[in-house]
Design a binder for this molecule. Structure first.
Ligand SMILES: NC(=O)C1=CN([C@@H]2O[C@H](COP(=O)(O)OP(=O)(O)OC[C@H]3O[C@@H](n4cnc5c(N)ncnc54)[C@H](OP(=O)(O)O)[C@@H]3O)[C@@H](O)[C@H]2O)C=CC1
Ligand SMILES: O=C([O-])C1=[NH+]CCC1
Length: 314
């Protein structure tokens, strides 16, 4: 009688089964390509609903997706808050619900924060592999929060940079970052100092106005623009957006949610999935921007990966 109740897979268990974000690379590459293949790719994913909570400066994102290739059905619920007074509360919190796609039964409730940190960094790594210049020696990270750590981990695992630099609005957190990660990191006093001469740049801030200016960027550099996920928020200035070749995860999402894309009027060259499919070129010799907003199907394949690994061990 009755169905089996859903399992709960908390952050520690997710971390245990997803100790390296790079474990997700094959599934994410396939999901991005399937998404960009339209109906034939079998990814069903609307642009997420983002519900503002104006009284508290917060947002609730609802992110459902089904992937036919994985036969996986999930929805992520993610909250993100600006200016939280209690610094012990993370700015982003997430939960992923995983369903049995054959009958709609809820099978698992997974912590979504570790998944969000790792799948986002893995997607930036996929973009970087395709779009960075042939000789990339200097990595620059702007921001020192959760995403800065997950990006550092996978970028230093997959690529060989001679130098890693960080800049953060609050310098102490950049110093803390440099002390906590495995390898040497140069803490910079300004974004300009960090960016000058860098081959690969990652912007992972909650900025709402540009923190990265075209003037500072080395021609041919690749930028992963990960923050600024609201239509009136910015990380990159107009000149950089307009004078770079612009790649996005989802055209529809970029034109709905990205202040950097909407307000600059920059033209989108391709979705990352189109490059993975080979229907659009990567152009690594140009200055490139990958505008990442985060897609539900990334959470779907990540949650399935964790659930399958968890099931195999239980
Ligand atoms: N594209 C995607 O798939 C995803 C994107 N994101 C986005 O990535 C960004 C980083 O997320 P996360 O690391 O979890 O956030 P955290 O809260 O952990 O870190 C936020 C960082 O942004 C900095 N910051 C905040 N306000 C400003 C500002 N006005 N100017 C410059 N820096 C600022 C903070 O600096 P300080 O130490 O001074 O406070 C801190 O370094 C966010 O914009 C988030 O929405 C997150 C998940 C997925
Ligand atoms: O994809 C995601 O989870 C998010 N993108 C921006 C805020 C959270």
């Amino acid at each position: 009688m009755g169905s089996t109740p859903p399992v709960f897979i908390g952050a520690e268990e997710v971390e245990k089964h997803l100790h390296r974000a790079s474990l997700l690379l094959p599934a994410l590459e396939a999901a991005l390509a399937n998404f960009s293949a339209g109906a034939a790719g079998g990814v069903v994913q609307p642009v997420r609903t983002v519900l503002p909570v104006p009284r508290h400066g917060g947002y609730l994102g609802v992110m459902p997706a089904y992937s036919a290739a994985d036969d996986a059905l999930t929805t992520k619920l993610v909250t993100f808050y600006e200016h939280l007074k209690d610094s012990s509360v993370p700015s982003h919190q997430a939960t992923v619900l995983l369903f049995d796609p054959s009958n709609g039964t809820l099978k698992a409730v997974l912590d979504g924060s570790v998944i969000t940190a790792k799948r986002t960094a893995a997607v930036s790594a996929i973009a970087t592999k395709l779009l960075m210049p042939a000789f990339a020696e200097v990595l620059c990270i702007l921001g020192a929060g959760v995403q800065a750590y997950s990006h550092y981990d996978i970028f230093t695992e997959l690529f060989t940079f001679k130098e890693v630099r960080i800049w953060n609005r609050t310098k102490e957190r950049a110093v803390k970052f440099a002390g906590r990660v495995r390898g040497p990191v140069r803490v910079c006093s300004s974004a300009r100092e960090a960016v000058t001469g860098a081959d690969v740049i990652v912007t992972v801030t909650m900025a709402t106005a540009p923190i990265l200016s075209a003037d500072w960027v080395k021609p041919g550099a690749h930028i992963n623009a990960v923050g600024a996920s609201r239509p009136d928020w910015r990380e990159l200035d107009d000149e950089l957006m307009k004078n770079s070749v612009l790649f996005v995860d989802s055209r529809d999402a970029a034109l709905t949610e990205s202040g950097d894309v909407i307000l600059s009027g920059a033209e989108i060259f391709a979705e990352l999935g189109e490059v993975l499919k080979g229907t659009k070129p990567a152009l690594p010799e140009k200055t490139t921007v990958f505008k990442s907003l985060g897609m539900a199907v990334e959470d779907t394949v990540a949650a399935k990966f964790v659930y399958d690994a968890w099931s195999a061990g239980n």
